[in-house]
Design a protein around this ligand. Structure first.
Ligand code: FMN
Length: 182
């Protein structure tokens, strides 16, 4: 296991979403002390959009979803992180979080952050009944289903969880949190 950082850092989980991906990468690049946690789809999708998963967060650590038991969750118990951001969060990951499932690295870090009372900020992809979203080669129209929108809505009621709908609101929520802990 990696050595403990001098002070708690920001944990940022990336799932396999093209929606808001570029905006999230822009925010990550401007932050210090961020470690990345990729879902398997997150790693694949970010490559489809032309980015190298390890090159986004400078000298920060990068964790991949390779093991069944998600060993990096131990870092949350050790106090390495003050906050978890999940952005962008796919319909799939949001649905699992709402059901309390933790069978991927990202759903595990969300569940364990909650159990450690570490606040999470989630940028959900499915917030509007109709959206325009970038596929790797073009813009496409998407109509999130009622079940997707219902999951996003339900997640808002979870303890220690802030759900935001846009990258601008995500940045504001992160800044507020960083001010709070500094
Ligand atoms: C190019 C590409 C873009 C995608 N964009 C989205 C998206 O914007 N929102 C979404 O919910 N799923 C999107 N997906 C599908 C997810 O990657 C897929 O549901 C995956 O199983 C999610 O796994 P994860 O939640 O563990 O990351 C996309 C897939 C591909 C190949």
């Amino acid at each position: 296991m990696q050595s403990r950082p001098e002070k708690p850092r920001l944990a940022w989980a990336v799932t396999g979403s093209g929606h808001y991906l570029e905006e999230c990468l822009d925010i990550i690049r401007d932050l210090d002390d961020v470690d990345l946690f990729y879902s398997r789809a997150g790693e694949e999708v970010i490559r489809m959009y032309g980015h190298e998963p390890k090159a986004v967060n400078g000298s920060g650590r990068v964790y991949h979803d390779r093991a069944a038991s998600a060993p990096p969750v131990g870092l949350f118990y050790r106090g390495d992180y003050h906050t978890l951001v999940v952005a962008p969060a796919t319909s799939n990951t949001v649905a699992k979080m709402v059901l309390g499932l933790s069978d991927t690295l990202v759903t595990n870090v969300y569940a364990q952050a909650g159990k450690c009372r570490i606040p999470s900020i989630i940028l959900a992809c499915d917030t509007e009944p109709e959206m325009e979203t970038p596929a790797p080669d073009r813009l496409v129209k998407v109509w999130p289903r009622e079940v997707d929108l219902a999951h996003t809505h339900k997640l808002r009621s979870f303890e220690a969880t802030t759900v935001v709908e846009t990258p601008e609101k995500l940045l504001t929520a992160i800044r507020l949190r960083l001010d709070e802990i500094n």
